[in-house]
Every structure is written in structure tokens, then in C-alpha cells.
Design a protein around this ligand. Structure first.
Ligand code: BG6
Ligand code: GLC
Length: 819
């Protein structure tokens, strides 16, 4: 046993030493949050430059109009062919889109190689080859007798003036075919196809792969408005407002813009971030000085970048005893597939040894650890940069829509994204925080927590539901009097209040029914100062009414007596939908004279006191219920609402009340404090900070949850602190998952079914922003409730909207009853 520990210690030490060595050598490749924010800002400026007619000619990022104006609306049908050139392989597809209500699209595909003779030969040969492949595909699919329309995915920068025409501006990636630049590729393909007498295809559209990806995803998800490729090359497209595209006539609607972001930096805009390795790689490439952003990101280049780094480290005596092999000196010997294999979670180190041995480098244990870390740093930078540019696009989309927060979908494809062990995680934070990062790390499961928590929670649920237990039950199981879900007929204008999350918000929600069914929201966030949160009840409600008055003024609707839904995210005992007695404050609220009172009455009284406007308070709801309703509006299977939120831990904790104990172990507000307590403890035991407890560590609330999320995602921070954070948040996610598992399992048993398909509407910053919380939560539910197929539906700011929907449903049901 002792030997095992010694070995483990030795390995940890060895790992740390190697990691420090590589970190020091590659410090220029480690990009901080600030730098990434700056990259995003620079890319925003580049987009503007590319979009405007007068600056476009000199812009590096070309922002090419695609002449695709709308996303598929599901009414498309028929049979199509597609040929796809520019990724790692040439692909031919048969696409059948059926309009049978299920919106299904079937795909048959065949892949063809693109050898060097094709990618670096002459134009006529290239287009003949594509036509030959297509003819072969039609042969194998028995399609030769049919006349079919063809879509041509051509993944290179093309200047289009219409959908079926595109002049190649420049070859990129591994293509350099003579005689094509400056010509229309659609007519070249058309000419080559005409040589095949036995087939009859009509080239209808030319699209970039990013646009194709966005359209494909848009077919399933109408919210998709960005297409992204991270493969051999990298690029993104998005839907831009026509009024901002001065290169195309017309101001109405939107058009998809192919950004060609691979060329970001070609004018020197990223020179300060490019390293000697980037410069060397560029000089040895097919297109020096071009596609500089792409060369830091995409799979065609990352292997070579790793090779150049290893070569320099070896020459400096930092690796392989200073001995360079012929293979290490050879361009292209390390490919992306090797980098991915070396970074694999479990087999990574043995893969590294194998790959280095094949390169005749005779690696030691230390060498393997160091090389693996080099790969990690190169991939991290790739994912970070990609996410920074994506954040810029998302910010632009959000600004275009004049929204404070935005819910959107990004369609994504490409070998690097799909197969690299950690590329995917870059999504964790991007859309919300604009400080994108790549995060990884697996946390092992604890079997014990699983069984104990699951069962215990289930018992508590049963107990809480019993009438005689309501007084003592710790899990209160409070009835909400929300009895109906939205059925799509709700309409009108509603006000909503959302109190109890990170922010206090007042919202105006406009609901449309019928074919133009939609929910539009306008909202304003108001601060609630600490002295009000902990002052008297009257002061708190007067402040709330003051905020409402301000909002009504701001929206110009003071005269209208609108129905109001009040999201009040504290435990309330309800006797009807518009009556809720506060059981007890949680989350830092402590206003006096509220516990035991009906909060709707308190709000009505405050409105009366102000005597400036009147409102029809229809419903009081918890944020979980609001979230469930919002998701239920989209997905009728949604029967559960969950909040895993963060309230910044700057308020003193409330001690000694039983009903918040579970929350203290799971919600964002408390996790930072738990971490601080543990760090103090470890320091007292001499295990951290040389036993010295600093003044700031003594201060309550120094660890905000967002800080906790960041610590888990950076390598520089002490391994111990990182471990503590990981342990605390994993426990929170596991406990939350156990509770949820009990709830879904109960639904399954109540329904008496073998398997249950159920959707959980979920919201809260901890769920949305923490790098691992959502994954661990979902895995726990899967483990503990194996007979339930649970879909998690993220509801952005849903509880305000939900309160309005509940109000709308309540109004509808009331009208029905009256009738
Ligand atoms: C494919 C798309 O899935 O991904 C192509 O169909 C795209 O259009 C390609 O070019 C990009 O990935 P890779 O790794 O093949 O370059
Ligand atoms: C290159 C091409 C671009 C393509 C991308 C991904 O950047 O120039 O058109 O979308 O690679 O394949």
C-alpha cells in the first residue's frame, strides 16, 4: 500500500514538474480571459470593416453575402443531390426531404478521396473528378435516370452575386488548383457534368460548408442562426440584418453572411498574439501570410504546430535528451489525429509513448508527460480563439436584436470538433459570459452518495405530501394551484415580477396565439440594496412597487391595468393561485414582518399606498414553476421545473434554519463559502499556503460561485484549491441530481409505466455557467433513475415569462369557467 502511495506521489510530482516546464516554455500560447475578450473585440471590429462597402476591399475578414435569406421552415420537400468539396474528403449525398409532418430528411452518402493530384492539379481535372464521383454515386444509388437538382457545397471563399454563381477569391487549406481563382465554380462544374451524357443534374445552389451546416441544423431547430466549422479549416456564418450589409441592395429581412474568419489577422491584427511557431508554420504553408487565424485553430495545422514546438524544445535540451530524430525534422510527421490520441483522457499517456516511439524519439516518462501537455496547450489555444470569435458573433446577433440576453443555437460540424477529446467543452461558457474558455476534467462518481441520497429523498417527498406531515416535513411539497399547462391559445399583454434570483426584474410579456404564436419579452433589472433586503417588509414591497412604477413609465404603459404574475422564489404556502404565505426567507433575504404573511396582499397594499397605478395580480409562483411553464410552452412533455442558481455569496449566511440545509449544499450562493471553510481548514493543518491564513481568506464571501467556476477551468491555480472546488461542486451536482432522480422516479411510479419520457425545464446560473455541474447532474439522474429518459430543456430567464404564462392560463381557465 505504501509503495502505491509513493509511486502516486512520485508521478504527481513528476507531472507537476513537467507541466511547469512546458507552461514556462509556452507561456505565450496561454491566453488569459482579458486577452480573449480583446480578441473578441478585435473580431467585432473586423466584422464591421468587412460589412461596409467602403472598407470591405481592404478588410481581412471578407464577410461574404451568401444570398441565403431564410432558414428552412419545414415545408420543403423533394429529392436532392449534394456534392461537398473542401473538407477532409469529397462527399456526395442524396437528400430526401419529406413533408409528412415529421420533417424527416434522409441522407445517403459516399466519400471519395481527394489526393494531391486533385487538390493541387489543374481546374479542368478537378471539376472532371467531381463530376466523375457524382456520376459514380448516382450509379450506385440507381439515380441515373432521374433529373435531380444539385447543391454544391464548396468550402472556400467565393464572391457570390446570386445563389447559383460564385467566383473563387482564393484557395485555402490544402488546395491550390491552377486556373480556378477568379472564375465561377458553378459554371465549371456545370461544364464538367455536361460531359456525362447519362446524367441530368442541375446545379441550383452554391454554398459554403458553414452555411450548409447552419441550414441543416436550422431544419431541426428554428433558432439556429449561426453555422460553424472546426475541421480541416475553420469558419463561421450567421444571419445578419440586411440593413447592415451595404454590399447588397435592400434593407428588409436578414441574409446569411459567410464571415471567412480564417483570414482574421491577415492584415496584422493578431501579430502580437502569434508566436515564432505560428510564423514558422505559416512560412512553410501553401499560402504564406494568408488564413492566419485558421492556422492557429484548425486540424490541418495543429499537428505541425506541435511538431515545431517539440523540435525547438528538443534542440534546447528540454526533451528526449536533446536528441532530434529525422522524423521530428520532417514537415507533416505529426498530424491532428496524433495530437487527439495523445490528449485522450485515459489512454493519452500510452498513446503518446507509442507515437513518439514511432517517431524514433525514445521518450522517457517525463518526456511523455511534457509532450502531452504541449498538445493540451495547443488545443486549448485553438478552442479559446475559436470561442472568442464566436462570442463576438453572438454579441453582434444579440445587439442586432437589441436584447439583454439571447437564446440561440449554433450549428456545428468538422472533424476537429467531433473527434478531439476536449474541443466540445468550449461551449460551456461562450454564449453567456463572453469570456469563453475550454474546460475539461472528469470527476469520478461516488456510489455511496448515489443510493443513500436517492432513497432518502424519495421518502421525504412522500412524507411532505401527507396532510398530517405538512407542519414537520423538511421537504415541504407545496401545492401551487397551477393546474393547467399553456395550450397555445393564450394571448395578450402581461406584467411579471421576478424576485429571488440573482436579479430582481420587472417584465412586460406579449403573448401571441395561433399561427403567429410567440412570446416577446421586455424587461428591466433593478437592484435591491442590502438594507432593503434586510429592512422591513413595508420597505421591501414599497421598493418593489417603486421599480414597477419606473418600468411602467419606461415602457409608457402606466395607464393600463395589466394582469400580473409574481414570481416569488421563496417557500410559500398557497391556498389559491393568488395567495401565498411566506414560510420563511432564504438566500439572504431577511425583511421583517413578512414570514407568515400573504405576499400578494403585501404587494397589493404597497400598490395602494403608492396610489399611482393599479394592477390585477393574478398569480404568485415559484421560479421552478415559472421555468416549468416556460418549457411546457415549447414541449408538452415538460412536467418538472428545476433551478440550480447562483446568488452571489456576499450576504451573510442564515444560520440554524433547517429548510435551507439542502440548498446550502447545492446552490451557488453557498458553494463558495464551503470552499473557503475547507481551505481555511487545510491551511490550519499546514497543507496549504505554508500554513498561513491570509486576511482575505478570513473574509466571508470572497469566493463567488463564478470564481469557483473559473478556478476549475484554469491550470495555473493550485491543484489542491482546484480539487477542493471540484469536490464541493460535484457534491452539489450529485445531491441535486439525487433529488431530481427521486422526483422523476416518483412520476414514473405514479403513472405505473415501465419507462418514462419526461422533460425537465431548468434554469439558474450554476447550471448554465459552471463547467461540470450540468453534466454531473444529468449523469446522476441517469444513474439513479435508469427507467426515466429525462430531457433537460434550458429555459433562459424563463421564470418571468413563466409567471406571465401562468397568469395567461389562469385567465383562460377563469374565462372558461365563467362561460
Ligand atoms: C463535414 C461537412 O461534415 O465537415 C463538410 O459535410 C465540412 O461540408 C466538413 O467541410 C468539415 O470538417 P473536416 O474535418 O472534414 O474538414
Ligand atoms: C476555410 C475556407 C472556408 C471554409 C472553412 C471550413 O477557411 O476558406 O470557406 O468554410 O475552411 O471548411
Amino acid at each position: 500500500m505504501f509503495a502505491v502511495h509513493l509511486l502516486a506521489f512520485h508521478f504527481t510530482k513528476l507531472k507537476e514538474d513537467q507541466i511547469t516546464k512546458v507552461d514556462r516554455f509556452l507561456h505565450q500560447l496561454r491566453l488569459s480571459d482579458d486577452v480573449l475578450q480583446d480578441v473578441a473585440a478585435r473580431f467585432q471590429a473586423e466584422m464591421l470593416k468587412g460589412l461596409a462597402r467602403d472598407t470591405n476591399p481592404t478588410a481581412a475578414v471578407k464577410m461574404l453575402p451568401s444570398f441565403v435569406r431564410s432558414l428552412p421552415d419545414g415545408s420543403e420537400k423533394g429529392e436532392f443531390l449534394a456534392v461537398d468539396l473542401g473538407g477532409s474528403q469529397l462527399r456526395a449525398h442524396q437528400v430526401r426531404v419529406s413533408d409528412d409532418g415529421k420533417q424527416s430528411s434522409q441522407l445517403e452518402s459516399k466519400f471519395y478521396p481527394t489526393p494531391k493530384e486533385v487538390t493541387q492539379g489543374n481546374g479542368a481535372e478537378l471539376f472532371d473528378y467531381i463530376a466523375d464521383c457524382l456520376s459514380d454515386f448516382m450509379d450506385t444509388r440507381n439515380l441515373k435516370q432521374k433529373k435531380l437538382p444539385l447543391g454544391f457545397t464548396f468550402s472556400f471563399p467565393c464572391k457570390q452575386t446570386k445563389l447559383d454563381e460564385g467566383v473563387l477569391l482564393e484557395w485555402t487549406k490544402h488546395f491550390r488548383v491552377r486556373g480556378v481563382q477568379g472564375t465561377d465554380v458553378v459554371s465549371s462544374l456545370h461544364r464538367a457534368l455536361q460531359k456525362h451524357q447519362d446524367i441530368d443534374v442541375d446545379v441550383l445552389a452554391l454554398v459554403n460548408d458553414t452555411v450548409g451546416t447552419m441550414m441543416t441544423c436550422g431544419y431541426d431547430d428554428p433558432r439556429c442562426e449561426v453555422g460553424l466549422i472546426i475541421g480541416t479549416g475553420t469558419n463561421a456564418c450567421y444571419m445578419e440584418e440586411m440593413r447592415h450589409i451595404s454590399l447588397v441592395e435592400g434593407d428588409e429581412g436578414r441574409m446569411c453572411i459567410n464571415t471567412e474568419w480564417g483570414a482574421f489577422g491577415d492584415d496584422g491584427a493578431l501579430d502580437d498574439l502569434r508566436t515564432e511557431f505560428d510564423r514558422e508554420l505559416d512560412l512553410g504553408s501553401l499560402n504564406p501570410g494568408k488564413q492566419l487565424f485558421e492556422k492557429m485553430i484548425s486540424s490541418l495545422y495543429l499537428g505541425e504546430l506541435v511538431r515545431l514546438i517539440l523540435l525547438k524544445m528538443t534542440k534546447e535540451g528540454l526533451l528526449f535528451n536533446g536528441k532530434v530524430s529525422a522524423a521530428l525534422l520532417t514537415k507533416g510527421k505529426i498530424e491532428m489525429k496524433h495530437v487527439s490520441a495523445m490528449e485522450k483522457y485515459k489512454e493519452g499517456l500510452s498513446n503518446t509513448r507509442e507515437i513518439l516511439t514511432e517517431l524514433k524519439l525514445f521518450p522517457s516518462e517525463e518526456d511523455c508527460v511534457a509532450v502531452q501537455h504541449v498538445c493540451t496547450i495547443v488545443s486549448f489555444r485553438s478552442a479559446n480563439l475559436c470561442a472568442a470569435a464566436l462570442a463576438a458573433i453572438l454579441t453582434r446577433l444579440r445587439d442586432n436584436k437589441k436584447l439583454l440576453r439571447m437564446r440561440t443555437t449554433v450549428g456545428i460540424d468538422g472533424g476537429l470538433y467531433k473527434t478531439h477529446p476536449s474541443q466540445k467543452c468550449l461551449w460551456g461558457e461562450t454564449p453567456h459570459t463572453h469570456s469563453p474558455k475550454c474546460l475539461w476534467g472528469e470527476t469520478p462518481h461516488t456510489q455511496a452518495a448515489k443510493s443513500v441520497c436517492g432513497v432518502k429523498h424519495c421518502d421525504s417527498l412522500e412524507y411532505g405530501l401527507k396532510r398530517e406531515a405538512q407542519g414537520q416535513a423538511t421537504v415541504k411539497m407545496l401545492p401551487t394551484y397551477v393546474c393547467g399547462m399553456p395550450d397555445g391559445t393564450e394571448k395578450g399583454k402581461f406584467l411579471a415580477l421576478d424576485l429571488g434570483g440573482t436579479n430582481f426584474r420587472v417584465l412586460l410579456v406579449k403573448i401571441k396565439s395561433g399561427r403567429r404564436r410567440s412570446v416577446q419579452m421586455y424587461n428591466k433589472i433593478f437592484a435591491i440594496p442590502l438594507e432593503i433586503m434586510q429592512g422591513t417588509g413595508e420597505e421591501l414591497f414599497d421598493h418593489i412597487v417603486q421599480c414597477i412604477a419606473d418600468f411602467l413609465d419606461y415602457m409608457g404603459i402606466k395607464g393600463a391595468r395589466l394582469p400580473l404574475g409574481f414570481t416569488f422564489s421563496f417557500p410559500c404556502r398557497q391556498t389559491s393561485i393568488d395567495k401565498g404565505t411566506l414560510v420563511g426567507w432564504t438566500k439572504g433575504f431577511k425583511a421583517t414582518d413578512c414570514e407568515g404573511e400573504d405576499v400578494v396582499d403585501m404587494l397589493r397594499e404597497a400598490i395602494r399606498r403608492r396610489n399611482e397605478f393599479d394592477l390585477d395580480i393574478v398569480a404568485v409562483v415559484n421560479d421552478t414553476v415559472g421555468t416549468m411553464m416556460t418549457c411546457g410552452y415549447e414541449d408538452p412533455n415538460c412536467e418538472i421545473g428545476l433551478i440550480a442558481g447562483t446568488v452571489v455569496a456576499k450576504w451573510p449566511l442564515r444560520e440554524g434554519s433547517t429548510y435551507v440545509e439542502y440548498e446550502k449544499m447545492t446552490s451557488g450562493m453557498y458553494l463558495g463559502e464551503i470552499v473557503r471553510e475547507i481551505l481555511i481548514d487545510l491551511t490550519k493543518q499546514g497543507l496549504l499556503f505554508r500554513g498561513h491564513i491570509s486576511e482575505s481568506l478570513r473574509k466571508r464571501g470572497i469566493f463567488e460561485t463564478k470564481f469557483l467556476s473559473q478556478i476549475e477551468s484554469t491550470c495555473e491555480d493550485s491543484i489542491i484549491v482546484k480539487e477542493v472546488c471540484a469536490a464541493v461542486s460535484t457534491r452539489a451536482a450529485r445531491l441535486c441530481g439525487a433529488g431530481l432522480a427521486a422526483v422523476v422516479e416518483k412520476r414514473r411510479q405514479n403513472r405505473g409505466v415501465e419507462r418514462l419520457q419526461i422533460t425537465v425545464g431548468v434554469d439558474g446560473t450554476l447550471y448554465k455557467l459552471h463547467p461540470h455541474f450540468s453534466r454531473i447532474l444529468q449523469e446522476t439522474v441517469k444513474e439513479l433513475a435508469p427507467q426515466c429518459d429525462v430531457t433537460f430543456m434550458l429555459s433562459e430567464d424563463g421564470s418571468g415569462k413563466g409567471a406571465a404564462l401562468i397568469t395567461a392560463v389562469a385567465k383562460r381557465l377563469k374565462n372558461q369557467n365563467n362561460n
